[in-house]
Design a binder for this molecule. Structure first.
Ligand SMILES: CC(C)(COP(=O)(O)OP(=O)(O)OC[C@H]1O[C@@H](n2cnc3c(N)ncnc32)[C@H](O)[C@@H]1OP(=O)(O)O)[C@@H](O)C(=O)NCCC(=O)NCCS
Length: 166
């Protein structure tokens, strides 16, 4: 388990955090989808996260509480939509901290989609116990669907498989 080398707080996003989140979103989306430069804007961030809960990771080690990452969650489907960490703060436990904070608020399993070419993110999710359930290669943005089962949800899913004889 990574220990965070800087003081960090995971909390619900405030209105004042949204510009910083949008900047991280723009940079990360450009990385993930290099073929669409400039497609990601403050407005597309607002549209894409409308109705979602946004958690931020705020660090206090650089002269103020700056946002170093965020996660957005569509709670009705337990669907993690975006998980983005600023490039200069990766591999220090921020992504894990955001994901664990979101999962702790969900009663059971969770889902997400990840671009097939995003190998770093797929390795990160596999390391944290997410498993591939579907691979969609037909569209313009091929993706992998991943599933996470909390210990309680995993036990009850296993009981379900036994009961159905699978
Ligand atoms: C994917 C991403 C969110 C990971 O965040 P992060 O803060 O760098 O990851 P963490 O430091 O919390 O890593 C948690 C664990 O995963 C491991 N891990 C992280 N990246 C990994 C990689 N590329 N390969 C293998 N393991 C990895 C870490 O070693 C760590 O292990 P530990 O806790 O057992 O020590 C971040 O790289 C990112 O924002 N990428 C760009 C945007 C993106 O692709 N988002 C996902 C879209 S689906």
């Amino acid at each position: 388990m990574t220990s965070l080398p800087f003081d960090i707080q995971i909390r619900a996003a405030a209105l004042a955090d949204l510009d910083a989140c949008a900047e991280i979103y723009k940079a990360c989306q450009d990385e993930i989808f290099p073929g669409c430069p400039g497609a990601w804007t403050r407005d597309s961030f607002a549209r894409a996260t409308a109705g979602e809960e946004v958690l931020v990771a705020a660090a206090s080690d650089d002269g103020g509480r700056s946002i170093v990452g965020f996660l957005s969650l569509w709670r009705a489907d337990a669907f993690v939509h975006f998980l983005h960490v600023r490039a200069d703060r990766r591999r220090r436990g921020v992504g894990r901290a955001l994901l664990e904070a979101a999962l702790a608020t969900l009663p059971g399993s969770a889902e997400l989609k990840c671009a097939i070419d995003n190998r770093d993110a797929l390795a990160f999710y596999a390391h944290l116990g997410w498993v591939e359930t579907e691979r969609e290669t037909g569209g313009s943005e091929p993706f992998v669907r991943l599933h996470y089962a909390s210990r309680v949800a995993a036990a009850s899913e296993a009981r379900g498989y036994q009961a159905s004889g699978d």
